[in-house]
Design a binder for this molecule. Sequence first.
Ligand code: CTP
Ligand code: MG
Length: 710
Amino acid sequence: MSAGWSKDQKARWPRAIGALDGTYSAPSVDAFDEARLEALSKELADLEREVSPSDVEQKQRRGIVKHLKRVLERHVRGSTLHPFGSAETGLVLRRGDVDLCLVVKDLRKPKSVLRHLSNVLDTEDYRDIQTIGRAKVPIVKFTDPTTGIPVDLSLNNALALRNTELIAAYVNLDPRVKTVALAVKHWALQRGLANAFRGTLSSYAWTLLVLRHLQAVDAPIVPNLQAGEPRRVETYDGRSHDTTILHPEGFQPGTASVAELFAGFFHRWFVEHAWDERIVSLREGDDPRRSKRRWPSPKAGPVKELQGSVDRMGQHVFAIEDPFDVQHDLSRVVRAEGWADIMEEGLRMWEGLAQGTDLATLMAPVDGLTLAPDRPKGLFDDLQGMDRERVAALLATKRAELGVAKERVDVLVAEREEAIRLSKAMRGALQDTKGMSDSIREVAKGLRTRAAEMDEMKALRDAENKRLVLPRRRIEEELKRLYHTLTNEVDVFRVPSLEREQRDFSRFFELQAMHRAKVVSDAHRQQYVELLQVQREEVKKIRTLEKDRKKAHNDLLKEEPGLKEVRVRSGSVGEYDQRANRISALLKERRKDRKRLSREVGRLEAFLKGGPKQGGGRRQEGPRGGGRGGPRRPRVDVKEVRERAQSGGTLSLSDLGALLDQGGLPGAKKDDQPSKRHRHKTERQAASRRRTDLKQRRGKRGKGPRSPRE
Ligand code: CTP
Ligand code: MG
């Protein structure tokens, strides 16, 4: 029934497809004899030694954690950094990452904290910084530049701290737990089956499968540490979780060998277990039916899903319940191809073990899979084989480059300060003269309305005057004269004719109307004159205000001649802010260059101080860097060395090496002036204070364009 599978798929996953359609038959457990099991136990013990990190690597890992703890806790106010994962459970592999959890109080905006962290890490020169916000718990992944060790930093991952505690408790119960778990984790990594981001299971899920297997064997190696009383219930993110971890007394572990346990792991999960019916539950110490969690069974065949490499298999293809977050199935990340790869590889392993194939062959890395180096990068790897002269020449070049880099940083700092000062000065000037400008605007507005009124008055008066041909005085005289004529005693000899009298009356009324109109027109004129007077006063006022404003600007120019070229207006403030921001971005890069070069100069100096043994191509054996060269160091008290370095004391090679291991070579060489060192420190402290406040803006003038970070 292998219909639906392509030829390529059948070639790639013969066992997985065969197991699905019932055509594959796995070897039986009887294939193992005593001799085979004994040999396998020995191979597993060797493997454990081989895959465990060296003392040096462990020290480097501790150094990374210590350094990050100092840096991150300083940059995020009220936070604490906690290591978890394999480094804490004891199941750490050479290539394993460092898992860290930053516990932040009152975490309201995880994304902005992640962004901030990624900026801080960038400034600290960590490599390959990648923020993954879509994961169940948002994380930042990055690589330590000196050792190449990868780091996963998550936020408020409280349950992970708890499940780390649980796994550690299981590991501490019996040494076989560690041997089997490391072998399974190593196998999964080598065969490309342990990458939740690429659609296979996480190392954590593989660990849970191992622990559940050790609970489930006929004579269990570990009991269920989550069973019994009293219970502990804790609330995280508003959800309560039963995080009980107990240590039952009187448990007698079974006697199976690591070989039996390791081989049995593959038989259990790839031959026996009914994945489509059951859930793997470490918490219950059982494999309950899927119906218990209402997790649906995956479809019988993944034919359709396998068409694309990014398809997920559906939520519960390898139903593995998280021990504390019971709603969480660790297989929800598994994609179709991941499912087929895991099944294929699991069956291949079981077959190989049954046939007596050696572990090295079975665990060879899959084609095309680039793996992290088995051993950490030694500090002086690249210098091995070089003679001292070449290293000295290299050092001279790097010192010169460092000098240039320092100058660049200084120039940029000065430029940025200038831009910020000018932007601030402008802001201040605008603020100071704002009152004046407002008054000028107000007065000018009055001038405009008044001018309109004056125009109106003038127009009215002109219109009246056009109509009234006689001046007001003449009208009044004429009125007086006519009045007398019309009201005087009538001289019987000179009685006016009726016609004349009528004409005089008519003229009298006409003049009266004319007079009234003239009075109104004069009032308009008077108003116009008054308005003109006010207008003159106001213009005078504007002149005085403008003089004051000019004086304020001139005072500013005296203090800030750089502003001469610029018109002081809010747009220019924005330009200067932007300029300062651009310089800040550039400065970040230049500072990284400086740091990188500084570290390199320190490293070369340390190498040369190590004496002629390191040069001349002689490879030094020893535990440092997995025997990859570089001088062997005596124990060094790093704190003491750091203090000595800071007070300008001389540092030996081992001192410097220890400082480098701790991720913190002092910023300057021993011939650096103490004042400069002090400046770096205060600069860092000030920057730290600023960075801790994620919402920092300059001052309260929040309306304008965003200010640069000072
Ligand atoms: N973790 C989790 N839920 C997951 C994956 C991981 O809670 N789905 C937590 C667990 O606490 C686990 C830690 O993250 O111990 C680290 O996970 P991982 O790196 O997958 O496991 P390690 O044992 O650290 O494996 P490695 O050594 O390969 O890094
Ligand atoms: Mg890990």
